[in-house]
Design a protein. Structure first.
Length: 133
């Protein structure tokens, strides 16, 4: 059985079948509290999707309540989500060097003359820093 792409070609308000499957059907898998707010029309589906990505249930519930009560925009919601997930701290320089060296050994950078020359100059700079001690 095949479905038409649009049910009414003159209507712009209807979703295509593909769009429905891609964008709206996954909404049924949302957590129950978000799904309920969505069904009641308290929250746009784009906001519901953004909030649903929060793993911690208490944080998700808190942001959901704030989004509804304060009528937060999608940008404000994403900013609050970013604030909940702090950036991972930077690795110590020794671990960064170990990782870079390991990646460099596996890399195909050696076949590119420009990159090889750049690496050689960086290596000389590192060696000069080490000899300054």
């Amino acid at each position: 059985m095949t479905f038409p792409k649009k049910q009414n070609p003159n209507s712009r308000s209807l979703l295509s079948w593909d769009s429905f499957i891609t964008h709206r059907l996954p909404l049924l898998k949302l957590p129950q509290d978000i799904l309920e707010a969505l069904r009641q029309g308290k929250l746009a589906y784009t906001k519901a999707l953004a909030i649903s990505r929060i793993k911690d249930e208490e944080q998700r519930r808190s942001l959901l309540e704030a989004a509804i009560s304060e009528n937060l925009s999608i940008r404000q919601i994403k900013e609050r989500i970013a604030a909940l997930n702090p950036k991972p701290e930077k690795l110590p320089i020794q671990k960064q060097l170990d990782s870079a060296y390991s990646s460099l050994k596996k890399s195909k950078v050696w076949s590119n003359p420009d990159k090889k020359q750049r690496l050689e100059s960086l290596l000389q700079e590192i060696e000069s820093i080490l000899t300054e001690e």
